[in-house]
Design a protein around this ligand. Structure first.
Ligand code: FE2
Length: 281
């Protein structure tokens, strides 16, 4: 067994996006621009409506997938192809933007706690212009696996115990787990050895080893990029811990970013802006 180690520890950076939503950018900031195939990870958690009420009015995407996972609160989603719905607590919306979509993501609440994540997952060049698609699941569709000391929600991928998440994406073969670990407990999981992976702590603390063999204490809002290896071994401290464990197959292709578009070349990004401006989405 080659256990994955913490290769880099990232602390999320406070920023504002959309029409003025306060969030913490974890992937997609100078310290970690991307972790192939993951392009961005934003975390939002606030009970002050001033931090979120402005939401994300209509904006386009092309070339990748946006994955919204809500822990608390409600978000209304609407796009230019006529899809509309509300993401509820514990629900997931896995949107393949593909060739292009214009959507809005607005809080469906005037007050109270809004908490969740948005992860961007890249698409390979041959599939960037695929037709837009959705995989949407509410909390009741996301299986919970119980182990000694741990409970996990399996959004995507198959765990070593055989629990299968409802979202499938063979292009990047993602694993997306939301794990709650009891105090002083251990969590071990097998991951595809050549896939990139990270853990992100939502609450409590995680203990793991870094690539020098030293102990790393990973706190709230911190992410550890994991080295390659076939399994991951994580421990909680004296408090319960909740974290995301995410892995995916790297695409190893050039990444050209232009705001809401992620393509392989600058020319393709310019084409995306031009298509959007001409109303060709
Ligand atoms: Fe969006």
């Amino acid at each position: 067994m080659n256990t994955r180690k913490a290769q880099q520890v990232i602390t999320g950076q406070a920023t504002t996006d959309g029409a003025g939503v306060d969030l913490v950018r974890v992937i997609g900031q100078p310290a970690l621009m991307d972790l192939d195939p993951f392009l961005l990870l934003d975390a939002f958690r606030s009970d002050d409506p001033n931090d979120y009420i402005a939401g994300f009015p209509p904006h386009p995407h092309r070339g990748f997938e946006t994955v919204t996972y809500l822990l608390n609160g409600r978000m209304r989603h609407k796009d230019n192809t006529g899809n509309e719905g509300v993401i509820e607590p514990g629900g997931i919306q896995w949107m393949t933007a593909g060739s292009g979509i214009v959507h809005s993501e607005m809080p469906e609440q005037q007050d109270g706690l809004l908490e969740g994540f948005q992860l961007w997952i890249n698409l390979p060049s041959a599939h960037k212009m695929d037709r837009p698609a959705y995989q949407e699941h509410d909390a009741t569709n996301i299986p919970t696996e119980t182990r000694e000391g741990a409970t996990l929600k399996v959004i995507s991928g198959v765990t070593s115990q055989g629990t299968t998440g409802p979202v499938t994406q063979p292009l990047t073969d993602p694993v997306y787990l939301d794990v709650t670990l009891q105090p002083d407990s251990e969590f071990n999981e097998i991951l595809a050895a050549d896939h990139n992976a990270f853990v992100y702590v939502i609450s409590g603390q995680l203990v793991l080893e870094d690539t020098d063999g030293d102990r790393v204490d990973l706190g709230c809002d911190q992410l550890a990029v994991l080295s390659k290896g076939d399994n991951v071994a994580l421990r909680s401290g004296d408090q319960a811990s909740r974290f995301l464990l995410v892995a995916g197959k790297p695409l190893n292709e050039p990444v050209a970013r232009g705001g809401p578009f992620v393509m392989n070349t600058a020319a393709e990004v310019r084409q995306a802006f031009s298509d959007y401006q001409r109303g060709n989405f």
